[in-house]
Every structure is written in C-alpha cells, then in structure tokens.
Ligand binder design. Sequence first.
Ligand code: PAP
Length: 324
Amino acid sequence: MASSSVPVYLRDENLTQETRDLLSSLPSEKGWLVSEMYQYEGSWHTQAVLQGVVNCQKHFEANDSDIILATLPKSGTTWLEALLFALIHRKKFPVSSGNHPLLATNPHLLVPYMEGDYCVSPDVDFSKLPSPRLMQTHLSYHSLPVSIKSSSCKIVYCCRNPKDVFVSLWHFGKKLAPQETADYPMEKALEAFCQGKFIGGPFWDHVLEYWYESRKNPNKVLFVTYEELKKQTGDMVKRMAEFLGCGFTAEEEVSEIVKLCSFESLSKLEVNKQGKLPNGIETSAFFRKGETGGWRDTLSESLADIIDRTTEEKFGGSGLKFSF
Ligand code: PAP
C-alpha cells in the first residue's frame, strides 16, 4: 500500500507479532476507506489503530488532574480540542495576547490522539504537555485504559447527530482517499454505518455507554452535544469549565475563547488551511462546513430515514434524542 493516499494511521504497516496474533483471532470485515477492519471489544478498528488501542490500554497511566476528550470521529473533536485547550490554559496562554498557541498550531497537535500516538510505539511520553494534561480518544468507555476510570481524571464526551457524522465522514474519506472511495456507493457505506461497521463504530453503543456513565457519575463524565455547543457555545464553555474545576469568575469573559475557537476563526488560519499533520493528513480536511443539519445537501430523504429509524430503535428508552 506504499502509494496509497490513505494516511499512515489507517494503513496496516509496522505491526508487531503480538498484534498479528491478536488480529488472527478477531472478526474482520472489508471496510469503506480501509482494506480491512477488525472488531475488538465490540468496536471496529484498522490494524494500526488496534495496535495503538492495545498499547494504550497496557501502558497509559492517567494522572488525577488529566482531562480526556472522548468522541467518535467527526463528532466535534477538533472544535472541542480547541475549546478545552483554550479554557483550561487561559491563565498560561491568555486568549487576548495575540500569540495564542491555537493561532499557530492545529488543535490536533496541541491535544494528542492517544491510541493514534500509541500505534507506532508502546513508549509514548505525554509528560511534556502543559498541566493539566489534555488528551483525546475515540475509544468506547469500556475500552478506556483502567487508570482513566480508577483515577479522578475527568472525561468530556461530545456526540453529534449521526446523519451529520456520517456525512462528515463521507466527505472526509473522499478528500483523504479519492481513489480508494471512488467505487464505493453511498448506500453501501450508509448500510455499513447503520450496522455499526465503521471505524470507531458502532455509533449508537459508543454514545449510549458514555451517556449512561455521565448519568451514573456526573462528576466524572460530562456529556455534551455538538448541537447544543453550536446553539449556546458560551454557556457550554462555562459549564465545561465548572465541571473541570476551573469555572469562570464574574469578571472573566468567555466570548474571546468562543471567537478564537469558532469555525470561522480557526478555518481561516494559515496553519489550518495549508498545514499537514505528521500522519500525512492535511489540516484543512478537519474544516469543511461546521454546521448542524448540514447532512441535507448530501443525504437523500430516504437515506436519512434509514439513519433516523436506526437511531430510534437504538436510543429508544434512553432519553437521548437528536433534533436535526
Ligand atoms: P476528527 O474526529 O476526525 O478529528 P472532527 O473534528 O470531530 O474530526 O470533525 C470534523 C467536523 O467538525 C467537520 O464537520 P463537517 O464535515 O460537518 O463540516 C468540521 O467542519 C467540524 N469542525 C471543525 N472545527 C470546527 C469548529 N471550530 N466549530 C464547529 N465545527 C467544526
């Protein structure tokens, strides 16, 4: 696959014998965007990410002060990385200073992707991160490293309307790997998404598990949605700050953080227009439209209905609803 346009973390290279042995025992499926996906602890991963998941589970040691951002891909990761980074480090990096790290660095480089970093090696050093450490994961709650659950570290979980998640993924895949996705019809990709056979999926199990955990243990897990963040960004930033123990004082302004991290501001920065991540992905791929309900210009009503029906079936009785 050396000539593939698929980025390194989605390719199946540099696997250890231990990973190869594990892979041979797992259910596998041909995936959209990747040649093969494997089901581990209920979720679907590429070979490379699976190696990262296992390394992360074995070697990551959480500190009590750590903050973990958990999301499914395309659910608001980049935005939340920026908002959380800006709010927890606002004393160290004043937003009004004119040289805030977010102005010169893509959020993915300020907030490490845990299982992504562990893909390459079991020896990952997060000790140089500014304190409190902020890291990001796409892992399901039950697959998180034990120390995240046993320590007092906090988890912020963000989910997004599944139709927008699917559409965002669809365009991301097309941009990333035009050759590999060219002959794959949307109907087939959507069917796989609804069956949970998508990288990081199943969508519904991932969301529900964090939803129930947040209700059981509201001091440990804060559950937010992309849609409520869009509607009332300032209030949500304040709520996240309270949850993380660094609430805003009456005099402090939240609006500067909201503005700095907005789609309009971040997407216009040179670093997010022209940059590349070390894994080869162009930073512009993380900024497309940044809207709620944007699925309408890509999904037909009948395809949207399939996702709606699946959502109703899976979320029935949970109290969770998406209005877009
Ligand atoms: P990732 O999980 O692969 O890192 P993630 O950041 O969750 O991706 O998803 C990208 C989506 O968030 C894109 O949505 P779209 O395709 O529907 O447009 C992207 O535009 C959107 N996004 C990125 N930054 C922001 C932001 N600052 N505010 C709102 N939405 C954003």
